[in-house]
Design a protein around this ligand. Sequence first.
Ligand code: SF4
Ligand code: SF4
Length: 92
Amino acid sequence: MAFKIIEGCVNCWACEPLCPSQAIFQAAPHFLIDVNKCTECDGDYSDAQCASICPIEGVILDGVGLMVNPPGSLTGIPPERMEAAMAEIQAR
Ligand code: SF4
Ligand code: SF4
């Protein structure tokens, strides 16, 4: 099993140097994880280093495809509140 970086990654480089398996690499349009190298940090760390540093919600998926940092988990803003605020801003 391997973690995955998806669309939304802002290419900030934060995760790349932390990976104990050198599984993260720069690609276009965003960073990717080599499925053959990612160990899910097993044996090295108790939590996935890439997901623990990533500042963007929802762009790293775990081995079963779930967001490690789902919407609201880093900002503390409930997703429905964020949606309402964005709708209000766009309506201006
Ligand atoms: S889960 Fe761990 S091994 Fe896999 S890409 Fe992230 S930091 Fe690297
Ligand atoms: S830390 Fe997150 S946003 Fe930054 S490069 Fe890695 S996956 Fe992309």
